[in-house]
Design a protein around this ligand. Sequence first.
Ligand code: KG4
Ligand code: ZN
Length: 336
Amino acid sequence: MILAIETSCDDTCAAVVDGAEILANVISSQDEAHAKFGGIVPEVASRHHLELTVPVVEAALGEAGVSLDEIDSVAVTAGPGLIGALLVGLSTAKAIAAPRRLPLIPVDHLQGHVAANFLAPQPLEPPFLCLLASGGHTLLAGVRDHGGHEVLGQTLDDAAGEAFDKVARLLGLGFPGGPALQRLAEQGDPEAFEMPVAMARDPGLDFSFSGLKTALVYLARDLGDDGVRERRADLAAGFQAAAVGQLTAKLKRALDRGEWEAVALGGGVAANGPLREAVAALCEERGLRLKLVPLELCTDNAAMIASAARYAPALPYPDYLSFDAFPSSRPPLAAG
Ligand code: KG4
Ligand code: ZN
């Protein structure tokens, strides 16, 4: 029985997981607190985590119907993410684990997104290829065992979700922008504007979203405020089609190597309807198995952290008291 805490960005999350079964998965979104700034303010996120972590852990234990005495280990996201936000979760996890002499399992956030696929019902077993696209990361992960993943390609600049959020802001939509942009795009014509196809001729598996974002900035400048208001659905549809096109093109290219028979999606952008449909069509065409985790397991949550913790090394008491959070990817944890 694992109690997990995730506070790497703007959501305060706690979960209780027993094997592959989720007993509780509590997510307290801070979207409202950040919406008035049009994006995540790290200091605001840290302060909210300070207030929310203990109630969210209590809610998870309550929902699971277990007491702390029944918990075998405490898992926590140690990085990458916002350092202040990570430290709140890590300190809370240490404070829960240390007095009970429980082991602590530091987890890599990206491996958490991969491990969302190992949860019940119908866990996906490695090997599989996982397309991870969130507000902070965009990468193709080759998953050969439960303990880690190999980065086969990643974004050279903006993350896909970051581009959705920035373009949404340009179109006057709220934060986070992805879901609002998807809704607006439903009313638009994806071919009304010509969008750049980034990395189309690049033979590798890396992504780039800043050119597409800049193209939208120039289009908006040329259209003027009234023009943007009039054409915002077409702009949203064009952007979304180009972003989904690039994500699926790179996925296709990775699959062309013939090594993978199963595909999974992860990260907040995996909640995008047209992306899910495009990947489903691709897998059907090629006779590949596809795992689409439910939306609440795509975006940040602590159940995925508990899932990764099942296959990660546990630190015994008191070794973890000096363990520190890390803001950017760090090889030892990323590998296992
Ligand atoms: O994984 P996540 O919850 O947090 C990070 O680790 O970043 O991902 C959040 C990102 C945001 O950029 C948000 O706009 C995007 O996922 N997102 C979407 C959709 N739902 C969330 N992007 C496109 N379409 C969606 N439906
Ligand atoms: Zn994430």
